[in-house]
Design a protein around this ligand. Structure first.
Ligand code: NAD
Length: 318
């Protein structure tokens, strides 16, 4: 068996096209241009690339995109003042603070200062709690992207066994909630987990978000399993050039899985696409509006839907 690659670039492109169409509708119908503010502290090269990509794609779909580039030694108070200003600015619908922040800044203090209705990363405890309780919430972008990718190859997730490797606030924990709401039996694995290979061998779906290159081996997989690789790890290719690899030993896994996401070109583009969708949805939701299009048939995913509804919506989107 050779697995079918899941093309995250192509799927993300379709999401961006829907966001662009809905942003244009919002402009025509209500004269509103949703705004995304991205805050970067310092000049970490990887973070700078992520921020530029987010800003470029936001502009490309018609969002008003602003970047706030602060020096690495900026004080926490100064950063909190900026967040307050963005909270009060009605032209800003989404606020994203690029993580990690430098050590002298309390990241939680900053994340908790963001207005939850503008928290397009879905990291504020208000949104985390509402997601866990099955209430409307802004949901983290990577888990939304992962569920969407899975739904492109299997429409009904009910009863499927899933192993999610990693339990960070950004990926593993919210993803486990979304998949549980979709009817999966979710095993959350982490560094301390025993018998990880055996757990994976029994899983219909394996999602790895560990940040450990080559962790998931081919012989850990049930034949035909769906494998979603969230990991992004820096490695060196055979010519000595730098390259990015995932957590999954791709060459082995592709011989055994049914479907597999590549790195790069799998989950990564979905994360940015859902940031744009979250910004649009925040703009709509904050104003108590609905776009006059059929969201059931042909929609951008509303990250403000009930969490239980989300998986069903995602199926309809593909
Ligand atoms: P994190 O370091 O916060 O969490 C990692 C989790 O994986 C922890 O729960 C840890 O216990 C677990 N883990 C680590 N090594 C393990 C092992 N050997 N066996 C079992 N569990 C193990 O990381 P994070 O922020 O969730 O990111 C995880 C990976 O996903 C990183 O490579 C990151 O770069 C990548 N990532 C990618 C995207 C994307 O858009 N593609 C988005 C977010 C994170």
């Amino acid at each position: 068996m050779t697995a079918i690659p899941i093309n995250g670039n192509a799927i993300a492109e379709r999401i961006r096209a829907r966001v662009a169409r809905d942003v244009a509708l919002l402009k025509t119908q209500r004269d509103i241009t949703p705004g995304l503010a991205v805050v970067l502290v310092g000049n970490d090269p990887a973070s700078s690339v992520y921020v530029k990509t987010k800003a470029r794609q936001a502009q490309a779909v018609g969002l008003k995109s602003q970047q706030f580039l602060l020096p690495v030694h900026v004080g926490e108070t100064e950063l909190l003042t900026l967040i307050e200003e963005l909270n009060s600015d009605d032209s800003v619908d989404g606020i994203l603070v690029q993580l990690p922040l430098p050590g002298h800044i309390d990241s939680w203090r900053v994340l908790e200062a963001i207005d939850p209705s503008k928290d397009v990363d879905g990291f504020h405890p208000y949104n985390v709690g509402r997601l866990a309780a099955g209430r409307p919430a802004l949901v983290p972008c990577t888990p939304l992207g992962v569920v969407h990718l899975i739904n492109t190859v299997v429409s009904d997730l009910k009863g499927l066994d899933v192993v999610v490797i990693g339990r960070s606030n950004i990926v593993g924990k919210p993803l486990a909630v979304l998949l549980g709401d979709a009817g999966c039996t979710v095993t959350g694995a982490q560094l301390q987990t025993r018998n990880l290979p055996d757990l994976c061998r029994n899983a219909d779906i394996v999602v790895s978000a560990a940040g450990y290159a080559g962790l998931v081996r081919g012989d850990w997989l049930k034949p035909g399993a769906i494998v979603i690789d969230v990991g992004i790890n820096r490695a060196i290719d055979s010519t000595g050039a730098p390259k990015l690899v995932g957590d999954v030993a791709f060459a082995e896994a592709i011989k055994r899985a049914g479907y597999i996401t590549p790195v790069p070109g799998g989950v990564g583009p979905m994360t940015v696409a859902y940031l744009l969708a979250n910004t649009l949805n925040a703009a709509v939701s904050r104003r108590g509006l609905q776009l006059s299009i059929d969201h059931e048939r042909d929609q951008v995913q509303s990250s403000c839907h009930r969490a239980q509804d989300r998986a069903a919506d995602l199926q309809a989107a593909t």
